[in-house]
Design a protein around this ligand. Sequence first.
Ligand SMILES: *Cc1c(COP(=O)(O)O)cnc(C)c1O
Length: 741
Amino acid sequence: MAAKKSITRLKANSVHAAHRRTVVPAPITADEARTQLRALAMNLWWSWNEVARRPFAALDPVLWHATKHSPLATLASASAATLEAACAEPGFRLALADARAALATAMSSRTWWDEEHAKSNAGAQIAYFCSEYAIHESVQQYSGGLGVLAGDHLKSASDLGVPLVAVGLYYRHGYYIQQFAEDGTTKVLYPVYDRATMPVAETGVSIECPIGDRKVRAKVLFMDVGRTRVYLLDTDLAENRPEDRLLTEGLYKGEPELRMRQQVLLGVGGMLALRALGVKPSKIHLNEGHAAFAAIELLAEFRAQGLSHAEALKRVRTRTIFTTHTPVAAGHDRYGIDMVLSALRETLAKGGISRAELETLSRERPEDAKEPVCMTVLCLKLAEQINGVAKLHGVVSRDMWKSAYGVKKSKDVPIGHVTNGIHVSTWLDPRAAEFWRDACGFDPRAATARNKGWKRAAAADPAAFWAMRTTLRTSLVRFARERLARAAERRGEGPMAIDEMLRSLDPNALTIGFARRFATYKRAPLLFTDVERLAKIVGDSKRPVQFIFAGKAHPRDMGGQAYARKVFEMTRHPALRGRVFLIEEYDMEVGRALVSGCDVWLNNPIRPHEASGTSGMKCPMHGGINCSILDGWWPEGITGLDPKARGVKGMIGTNGWAIGRADDEAFNEADAHGAGEARDLRDAASLYELLEKSIVAEFYERGRDGLPKKWIKRALASASTVPDFFSTHRMVADYVDRYIR
Ligand SMILES: *Cc1c(COP(=O)(O)O)cnc(C)c1O
């Protein structure tokens, strides 16, 4: 019975298989094809459904590659002759028809929400606010993990049918493009993107957002992400003053005051936009403190309707969900009270909200006249449902915000946690998806909220699994060679040196990846603490080990850029060259290549500064294994740790490795901040020990069949334990089941 049910579900969810046709569709004209392709391109559903990308890739593979896989840019550059030639191909017509049918089915099929919530939650409408969304590498509207999480959230909301609209800003320059100069310093480039090739359309609605003594006009644009609509505000309009046009110039570019004004636009402007569009949210979800002013606007609206402050506050709180992402006190946005009073004056006046009321809402200790407005404190006081993004982060947040609640014990702080996840279909390589489906009989892309399919991965055939790993690693090596060659040529390096570097990348070597924003707490150069010791580990020609790094530092983060430079220099160190590589311009495409190709994913932040981290969740579904500090999600993810075991034994789990102590005791703030050097030395020593005694040894311990038996067992344990839980389908379902009642 159970088996039968899972088979029907597999079929129902398999939009990819369901629409494979055998009858070639009738001929169409180039104009018809262009119209159909454009409609397909305008819904970013293609970003996680390969079936909908196929016609664009088929149209012109070279253009497709050159445009960062942008359907609209590919279409815009395709000549009439190219389109005509494509239309004459039955294969192309078939791909186009399949894609259209798959999208139509996906948009109209019954969903998890229909099954579980539609009846009891009729009328629910969530408005999700975030300052950045990462949907696809060709839509440069993100800087890092927060955007990736938000993008993945929207995609899962779409797959699960959750009634959610998103609100954000449309950044003309997006985030910067990174290059490394000859000496490894970061070059910051801001390309201008052609809006015509962005899958963004006009709603026809515009608003006037009061900021300071002006009304700033903002156009409301939108982007469709499957069933989820994202509204994006754009102030780059001729009628605005130059300084107001800068509000949507780029992500996190400016001084605190510009940043705060951007946040007024996001929060207040976002709420006004929803009203103008006729969207009436039953809940607002503030993803990080950036969006706090949305709750202030809501408060002002209730007050303007004549409710008392207490009554209005109660209603706002019932309606607001807040997710915090920052476990470090200094990482929260804080602004001088006068600056905020001035920027928000019209909103505050509308609601008759006094200075004293704003102070109470935005300070940990309202009586402390020196305390600035803290965006996180505003959210804590204006939201009833509050969560951190991993279990440990919940502990850290409760401890950190005791004073905002005026309590002595963290257990009295009403902050919970919903552990982050990743959107499987976005990050899963199609070849891996097919492997699991064929080898283990489950559809890894199923739109189920509480998936259990990945458990079956443990039973995969070792030889077939290893062949899949080799394929993915080889693809990564090819990808890395192309990127490294391009960057080295641009820097004017000689052909001999480039050739030597490319040849040293080995598709059969143990490949360890490290890719994330180069924020200093993530400690990208920790691996290079003891170069001599590392050189011994990577230098054994019988057991080669290669490290591939990628990452971007914030353009103003000089410490982060110094770390990038250090990694760059290490790629040229005589003892490490040809074993350590750094790929320029970390984006979703680079991320996908790395998480699918790497055997091991290295993560060594300062505990407990990583709220969750999500890149490590993307590897196990490709058979990759995590080696990480017990920070963020990893204490929940690792299995089989024996806290009583001493030494290296205590750091080896069944599905991965733990750097540092093997216990999961709540962190000790002094341990994180004080004695930095001793802590780094201790963590680096632990990492080396793991590499020497376990990781490298296990990878190269081959049986007569050439297979690393123990390694494969661990990799399959990784695949069978991580992806079911650490997915945004589960995460979105958690948010809905807990908070949307
Ligand atoms: C997954 C991902 C992130 C988030 O990674 P962390 O582990 O949270 O640092 C950031 N950027 C890109 C491009 C990603 O793919």
